[in-house]
Design a protein around this ligand. Structure first.
Ligand SMILES: Nc1ncnc2c1ncn2[C@@H]1O[C@H](COP(=O)(O)OP(=O)(O)OP(=O)(O)O)[C@@H](O)[C@H]1O
Ligand SMILES: [Mg+2]
Length: 313
């Protein structure tokens, strides 16, 4: 579905991602986690071609088609004069396709031309292929799901309130039926009821997805792989966010034990050679050995054992 190899990017001269590689298989659901400012949004923006990496390759399989990218800050497109329902239908290009079909129908009545008939039939086939005949029903389901059950569907999308516009834009993206979803903190836009609906929607979806989120329970119910980005390094772990946190706690404990052992060995050597022992054990200088538990990621906030700063920051 997606293969990323040796990806590196710096922004304003500061390295954000170094040499990252990962793959996303068909129907694989990955969580992308890491501290604020680690570069999660930047990574998704690279995948959709909005940021150019300094090095590396991003390869999509032919099957991918249109990517559903839900940015961290979501809004209705500027300049749209579509009504709310039309705006959602246009997520799959169905509103403009419907307009074209009606125009071609009128042309056909006027001209009775064979070419127009062929064009008309092609457009109708495309409409069927995009499941146009049940689209309004599907669009309504998504609109209700994101909590827009009481808006006037005829109201121009750009006249909705800020919060409503965000949800409408979310509904349009989810209505796309994309094979690849890249979701940057999608829970920011919705309330508890819509969160439950979105969780079920994503659980049932057969699309591949990368979800950036800080909400542990939401991720746990959906993902089967965790990608952790911090201090320019991306690592992937099988399992959901909780199992990643368990693994990181184990790794942090192992690192603590290793540090303690080193300190004891040094103290022992210094004692044997007659040098007075040092008060503090040495800190690890190896960036590679770091396995950070950050409570900035943990909605429960109490899991942090140790937070080292990035060597590069
Ligand atoms: N256009 C830019 N120019 C320079 N620096 C940038 C640019 N965009 C982002 N950055 C910096 O790159 C770093 C990564 O930002 P990014 O938004 O990718 O982080 P994030 O992991 O998504 O953070 P958050 O969890 O807060 O959303 C941040 O320090 C940010 O300030
Ligand atoms: Mg972000």
């Amino acid at each position: 579905m997606l293969s990323v190899r040796n990806l590196s990017v710096s922004l304003s001269g500061r390295p954000i991602i170094s040499n990252a590689s990962f793959s996303l298989m068909e129907s694989e659901k990955a969580g992308l986690v890491g501290p604020n400012g680690a570069g999660k949004t930047t990574l998704l923006r690279i995948l959709v071609g909005k940021v150019e990496p300094d090095e590396g390759r991003v390869v999509f399989s032919k099957k991918v088609g249109d990517i559903c990218y839900i940015p961290q800050h979501l809004d209705v497109q500027e300049g749209t004069d579509l009504a709310s329902l039309e705006y959602v239908l246009e997520g799959r290009g169905l509103y403009s396709l419907g307009v074209k079909i009606r125009q071609t129908e009128q042309e056909l009545e006027r001209t009775q031309s064979e070419n127009t008939l062929k064009r008309y039939l092609r457009l109708r086939d495309l409409y069927v292929e995009k499941e146009g005949y049940r689209a309004e029903e599907d669009a309504m389901e998504v609109l209700i799901g994101v909590g827009l059950n009481n808006i006037d569907l005829e109201q121009p999308a750009h006249t909705l309130s800020g919060g409503q516009k965000t949800r409408l834009a979310l509904a349009r993206m989810l209505f796309m039926q994309s094979g690849l979803l890249l979701l940057d903190e999608p829970t920011n836009h919705i309330d508890e009821t819509a969160l439950d609906w979105l969780t079920t929607f994503l659980q049932r979806s057969r699309a591949s997805m990368i979800i950036v989120s800080h909400v542990q329970d939401f991720l746990d119910r959906i993902i089967n792989k965790t990608m952790y980005l911090d201090c320019t390094t991306l690592r992937s772990y099988p399992g959901n966010y909780s199992s990643f946190l368990r693994l990181s706690e184990i790794a942090a404990r192992q690192e603590e034990a290793r540090q303690k052992q080193i300190a004891e060995e040094i103290a022992h050597r210094e004692k044997s050679s007659g040098v007075p022992p040092r008060a503090e054990p040495p800190r690890s200088t190896s960036g590679k050995e770091r396995f950070v538990n950050s409570n900035r990621n943990s909605p429960k906030g109490g899991r942090e054992k140790k937070q080292w700063d990035c060597d590069s920051r």
